[in-house]
Write a protein that binds this ligand. Structure first.
Ligand code: PMP
Length: 322
């Protein structure tokens, strides 16, 4: 779907996947006005296909657009575009289990020009790709690197938007994590390098027995849809679920004294993944016994059961395509 100043959204079309031809002076290549989303379509037990909370993705896309001086795509158009592509690619929606059809809606400036200013032409597109189970051999805890050198986002910055530059800026820290033998980066706040924010592509939860805590939305972390859903699902299951502040010292101390029983990360890609060990320049510890915890696995099952239609959709989160 195209957007042009004065005309708004127009010319929606469904076309076969193919390369785009880009002018060397395309404004996105220089000034990075680009945003995206990620969501999954799951086959349901009755053979129909459904997406999980696409309205929340549409709303986050609109928030990202506002932050990046881009036009907002109405929710109906966002969902209709995803639905049309899923219908077309129905044969590619995997049959069962945790496999899904992953959808990547995105928007970028399509105007050609060299001046730094908001573009006046944009292109919104959706691509789809079948995605297998994230852990085909069973859920495996990840090791994390606490990045004290780099920051992902600052107050007033673009951290709460799903924009390409945030991910570009994170790659060097991800490489550093790998050099230290870790799977993922955990980002800390930009001021004190102390408060836990989020992982590279997932939000974090800290399990204190039957109370689970996730870092509050400070404006410098992405408001994950999985994170938000788990606040509700956990309460449905009888846990206390809260937003709060957790420092690196809290993490280490509470793990040592046994009050912090589990830590997990959550996001569309992995659904829920346990954190098994933590490393930084100054410390190195195993989270709990390093194995997936009971609360983590229970929440993981509850969320996946809902997304794959094996439990009742009591919150009206599933969007069926028929
Ligand atoms: N944080 C970041 C930086 C992400 O890229 C993602 C993935 N979209 C998340 C958190 C998790 O968000 P969601 O649950 O909406 O996938």
């Amino acid at each position: 779907i195209k957007w042009t100043e004065g005309r708004g959204w127009h010319d929606a079309e469904l076309v076969p996947y193919a390369p785009l031809s880009i002018d060397p002076a395309n404004m996105t290549l220089h000034y990075a006005q680009t945003i995206f989303e990620g969501l999954k379509a799951y086959k349901q037990p009755d053979g129909t296909v459904a997406t999980f909370r696409p309205q929340a993705n549409a709303e986050r896309f609109q928030a990202s657009a506002r932050r990046m001086a881009m036009p907002e795509l109405p929710t109906e158009l966002f969902i209709a575009a995803c639905d049309a592509l899923i219908q077309q690619d129905r044969a590619w929606v995997p049959d069962s289990g945790e496999a899904s059809l992953y959808l990547r809606p995105f928007m970028f400036a399509s105007e050609v020009g060299l001046g730094v200013r908001p573009a006046n032409e944009f292109l919104f597109m959706v691509i789809a790709s079948p995605a297998g189970a994230y852990f085909p051999g069973g859920v495996k805890p990840v090791s994390v690197w606490l990045s004290e050198e780099y920051v992902r986002a600052v107050k007033g910055g673009t951290g709460a938007a799903k924009t390409g530059g945030n991910y570009a800026a994170s790659l060097v820290a991800q490489a550093q994590a790998a050099e230290h033998g870790c799977d993922q980066v955990v980002w800390l706040d930009a001021v004190e390098h102390r408060w836990i924010e989020e992982m590279g592509g997932m939000n974090l939860y800290f399990v204190y027995g039957d109370r689970i805590v996730t870092p509050e939305l400070t404006g410098s972390l992405l408001p994950g849809i999985t994170r938000d859903s788990l606040l509700t699902i956990a309460r449905d299951l009888g846990y206390t679920a809260e937003e709060g502040r957790i420092s690196t010292e809290d993490w280490k101390r509470d793990n040592e004294n046994g009050t912090l029983t589990e830590v997990f990360a959550c996001g569309t890609a992995a659904v829920i993944t346990p954190v098994g060990s933590v490393k930084s320049e100054r410390a190195n510890w195993t989270q709990g016994d390093g194995q997936p915890g009971e609360v983590t696995m229970r929440l993981r099952k509850a969320l996946l059961d809902l997304q794959t239609g094996r439990s009742a959709d009591t919150h009206g989160w599933m969007h069926p395509l028929g």
